[in-house]
Design a binder for this molecule. Structure first.
Ligand SMILES: [Zn+2]
Ligand SMILES: [Zn+2]
Length: 431
């Protein structure tokens, strides 16, 4: 079968692979209390059954990182890293047609679970691909490492950020990384060479409090409303470019309101007649990776939160914005990156079609790897699948899941057998 969904019926081998996927999906890995211990214990058992070496690292107490290794025949060559995160975003069960941790498989083969797409599918696909490669006697030239990291969904400060800074990471001598991507609604696979840069923006406004009946200038909420309006105008200008087809979603700056906070709420019977003296709004801001952050800062100071209107702001950068050489966090997808050619070719050998490489609108841990100057691609083999990450009723079809395993088998065997990377080795020597 090619990269399109293979036909039923599945074999008993495939049924066991689906069962292991469902088992992993049933572990409650959603924030704010992800069951990291449960996930690590399940994955470690899988890894031992395959014959991979396991190591649990704990850079932050209670937040384990599981690292698996299959050593190559040439330990001097940079290795391959397959990365996924252990955690999931929360789910609202009342909005789901099947409970979000049931991993229910419907008659059409859709497996429903929080994490089915983001990104527990790739974790099991990596393992099943390695299981097959071991079973058929494959022996890698380069070492293959698999990392399962905590806290990706909350920014990775206690997860991948600490991992890439560690001695254990340095010793792995990673040359290339595959990390999560996103579903494709068409029959073409998607691949991501960069992420947008995430920021949290908090704007605070102050003003005189006042009687609920009084009309006066410069109240905190009135000031904050001006901020909200200025942000909305900017947001429209960016969104219009996307709607008109002039720019892709990932090429513009997104800014979305996450919360608003002001005043005293009025429970029944409470007199509601006080105008607030403080008001606050929080925004999620994402920047294309080559964007100048100072331009954003200037816009905030002059237009969104001017001090002249009693406003202050905090722009919180979540993770790195440049690599260790001061370059944007972007992986080359041309002949300057020999890993790219191996990747592209392995996809085609597996019968897959690739869309033009994209920048991810959201953000992943791949940015920490790119920060270290290591090429990293975001890739989740999910074709003909609606994009449901962080949404209600997240699901993945069994056939798509199974086909992804075959794609990874091709990718892992090609990437770990790759002989020369002279260009990259020069880059490493420069560091
Ligand atoms: Zn994810
Ligand atoms: Zn996510």
């Amino acid at each position: 079968a090619g990269a399109g969904a293979p036909d039923f019926p599945s074999t008993s081998d495939e049924e066991s692979q689906i069962e292991r996927f469902q088992q992993y999906l049933r572990i409650r890995t959603a924030h704010p209390y992800p069951d990291y211990a449960g996930a690590v214990s399940f994955l470690s058992a899988q890894a031992r059954s395959i014959g991979l070496e396991t190591l649990t690292l704990e850079f932050t107490p209670g937040k384990p990182l599981l690292l698996l290794s299959w050593y190559g025949s040439d330990l001097s060559l940079p290795s391959l890293l397959l990365n996924s995160h252990l955690d999931s975003v929360p789910a609202e069960p009342s909005h789901w047609i099947h409970p979000p941790f049931s991993a229910h498989r419907d008659p059409e083969g859709r497996i429903y679970a929080r994490g089915a797409q983001d990104d527990k599918s790739i974790a099991i696909q990596y393992l099943e691909a390695l299981r097959h490669l071991k079973a058929r006697g494959f022996s890698p030239l380069r070492s293959i490492h698999v990392s399962f990291v905590p806290d990706e969904e909350i920014g990775g400060a206690d997860g991948h950020a600490k991992f890439v800074a560690s001695e254990q990471f340095r010793r792995l001598n990673i040359g290339f990384v595959l990390d999560e991507g996103q579903a494709s609604p068409t029959d073409e696979l998607r691949v991501f060479y960069a992420d947008r840069l995430p920021f949290s923006l908090i704007v605070n406004a102050v003003g005189s409090p006042g009687h609920g009946s009084k009309m006066y200038d410069g109240s905190a909420v009135e000031n904050l409303m001006e901020c909200a309006e200025a942000v909305a105008r900017f947001r429209d200008s960016q969104f219009d470019l996307v709607k008109a087809g002039i720019m892709a979603g990932f090429e513009v700056i997104s800014v979305n309101t996450v919360y608003m906070k002001a005043g005293t709420p009025a429970p029944t019977g409470f007199v509601m007649n006080l105008q607030a003296s403080e008001a606050e709004m929080g925004f999620d801001v994402r920047l294309p990776p080559t964007e100048d952050i100072d331009v954003l800062r200037k816009r905030i100071q002059e237009e969104w939160a001017p001090i002249s209107r009693n406003m202050t702001y905090q722009l919180i950068q979540k993770g790195p914005t440049r690599d260790i050489n001061g370059r944007p966090l972007v992986t080359a997808t041309n002949e300057s990156n020999p890993w790219w050619s191996v990747f592209e070719q392995a996809i085609s050998v597996a019968g897959g079609k690739l869309e033009k490489p994209e920048i991810l609108s959201s953000t992943t841990d791949a940015r920490y790897l790119r920060q270290m100057g290591i090429p990293a691609l975001g890739f989740s083999p999910m074709v003909n699948t609606p994009i449901l990450l962080h949404d209600h009723n997240e699901f993945l079809k069994d056939t798509v899941f199974l086909n992804g395993i075959k794609i990874y088998e091709n990718l892992i065997s090609a990437l770990s057998s790759f002989q020369s990377e002279s260009i990259l080795e020069e880059i490493h020597l420069e560091l």
